[in-house]
Design a protein. Structure first.
Length: 155
């Protein structure tokens, strides 16, 4: 459990093609095993909102199944590897919090998300059962592909 957690600056989360704009930050909810999290809009340099992403800080059983990072790119903007580029920006924020790795997961039938994980440098760890006490199980999901990203070398 994290004590004394502080959210950090996010204005530097931008690259040549994308910027992450902080939408909200939410503290941990230990009773639900939820970790502190940042929620971002994924934006083009002109400010056009093209998707969303989030970053959960820390590790527990929930992030192993649900991931530290979640993302979606709106349909008109897919096919440009924006999700992988957003992940690279989120890796910077994770490093600021002293994280040495992050987990990203996806449904086995989501080939695009699996490809995003590969493009972003993830190491496939395997296909795991979703525990029955996890919110994803209640949504009807039963399996998840787990990718691990080592953060050494990201800036």
């Amino acid at each position: 459990m994290m004590t004394g957690f502080a959210f950090l600056e996010t204005d530097d989360l931008r690259g040549e093609e994308l910027a992450l704009r902080l939408e909200s930050a939410r503290g941990a909810q230990p009773e639900k095993r939820w970790l502190p999290a940042y929620y971002f809009d994924i934006c083009l340099p002109d400010g056009t909102r093209i998707g969303r992403c989030d970053l959960r800080i820390g590790h527990n059983d929930k992030t192993f199944i649900g991931g530290n990072i979640g993302y979606t790119v709106f349909p008109p903007y897919r096919g440009h590897h924006y999700a992988a580029k957003a992940c690279a920006l989120l890796f910077r924020q994770a490093l600021k919090h002293g994280m040495d790795h992050v987990i990203v997961t996806c449904a086995p039938e989501n080939a695009a998300s699996a490809r995003t994980c590969e493009l972003a440098g993830g190491r496939y760890m395997g296909l795991y059962d979703i525990p029955s006490d996890n919110e994803m199980y209640a949504e009807g999901k039963r399996k998840v592909m787990v990718y691990r990203f080592e953060l050494e070398g990201y800036e």
